[in-house]
Ligand binder design. Structure first.
Ligand SMILES: [Fe+2]
Ligand SMILES: [Fe+2]
Length: 386
């Protein structure tokens, strides 16, 4: 059996790692590829803000899930003390005594191989396989391979051709609202959900996604809503990132038909009341909230603000109030009294909200429609508090 050993901090695992792994399996004709996130590395101390070993393991399991014959192993994370590759190879040898092992390393690591702990044993048991990127200097690798050959160690070359990104550059990008395109979507969701690497939401990506689902008129409304929500968040001391996220996504499912809305409810396991089942206007806030949570890992404060933006509800949070109002008074809105309501929103949030809720209730009744109980609950709770 041909076994590849692919170790690394995977902090985080990115698309380049996965592509490298696929190339290694193909070119070395591996029956098994063991992906092994390191424990405490003797080569490099982990940088500040490194997620727990368990999180790195989870991310690796997601990132390598589609690599043929790959298996993510926790042997280095489980082993106490320093992580030495020679010890890892010994452990693998015990489990697979007759295997042919390949040690998959990047060029930097390859150049130092002879100085690794217990290199004698390591190199006698595992054939180094160096993954070559386009930009790597071949001369230095050749020199190192000649030196290894003198010890009777042959070198395999894996032509990688993967995207050029390092985990450290990626961590930097995450903190500056970027980086999403360099990792698997699922890994990015994990990072967002667990708030790893000081990640900040990538609003350009969010807008691209949301706008692609909307028509031109609605895009203008959503952009206006974002602008208003951000201004209100600043005025009322609410997280601007949360307000922006909720505003961008609040109408993301608005263009879907009633059937499509119901289909999404099924997929996301959304339970509906009678009024909701018949109204795409009510449904779109529910599906948008669920989609935002599922696809963009927004926090529950944000998804609740999306959820309640149409009906309101009793005892709304400040963010929920802001999104409800931003939707109502964003710059493209033009109805009698909008100016007064806008002014009020910056003077007395609750009074403006009450005004908005009462106006939409009146509008519903005028059209002969049944108001949602949550709207009545919202009005009652505000009247009680003021
Ligand atoms: Fe809406
Ligand atoms: Fe809206």
């Amino acid at each position: 059996m041909r076994i590849g050993i692919y170790g690394g901090a995977f902090n985080p695992p990115h698309r380049g790692h996965a592509i490298g792994a696929i190339r290694a399996v193909e070119q070395l004709r591996l029956d098994k590829l063991l992906v092994i996130p390191s424990g405490v590395s003797p080569h490099k101390p982990m940088p500040d803000g490194t997620p727990s070993a368990a999180s790195r393991l989870d991310m690796a399991r997601i990132a390598f899930r589609d690599v043929p014959n790959a298996e993510v192993s926790d042997i280095e994370i489980r082993r106490p003390g320093e992580s030495y590759t020679a010890d890892t190879v010994r452990e693998i040898e015990r489990v697979y005594p007759d295997s042919e092992m390949f040690l998959i390393v990047g060029t930097d690591m390859y150049l130092t191989l002879e100085r690794w702990y217990d290199a004698e044993y390591l190199l006698s048991r595992a054939t180094p396989a160096v993954t070559l990127r386009y930009t790597d200097a071949l001369e230095r690798i050749e020199a190192a391979s000649v030196s290894l050959e003198r010890r009777g160690v042959r070198t395999e070359i894996v032509r990688n051709g993967a995207i050029e990104i390092s985990s450290s550059a990626l961590r930097e990008k995450f903190a500056h609202r970027g980086g999403a395109e360099f990792v698997d979507d699922e890994v990015y969701r994990f990072i967002l959900r667990e708030r790893l690497y000081g990640v900040k939401p990538d609003f350009d990506r969010l807008r691209r996604y949301a706008y692609a689902m909307l028509d031109v008129k609605r895009i203008r409304h959503v952009a206006g809503c974002e602008e208003e929500a951000v201004a209100l968040a600043k005025r009322w001391g609410v997280s601007v990132d949360d307000a922006r996220t909720a505003a961008i996504l609040h109408d993301v499912t608005k263009r879907l038909t009633l059937e499509e809305q119901l289909e999404l409810c099924e997929i996301y396991g959304i339970v509906l009341d009678e009024l909701e089942r018949e109204s795409d206007k009510l449904l779109h806030s529910k599906t948008a909230a669920a989609l935002s949570k599922r696809e963009f890992s927004v926090n529950s404060g944000v998804s609740d603000a999306i959820l309640w933006h149409t009906t309101g509800k009793a005892d709304m949070s400040p963010l929920e109030k802001i999104i409800y109002l931003a939707d109502y008074i964003e710059p493209n809105r033009d109805f009698t009294g909008v100016e007064a309501m806008r002014r009020l929103a910056y003077e007395d949030l609750d009074a403006a909200l009450l005004l908005g809720l009462r106006s939409s209730l009146a509008e519903l009744l005028e059209k002969g429609k049944i108001p949602h109980p949550n709207t009545l609950g919202a009005i009652a709770s505000l009247e009680r508090d003021t």
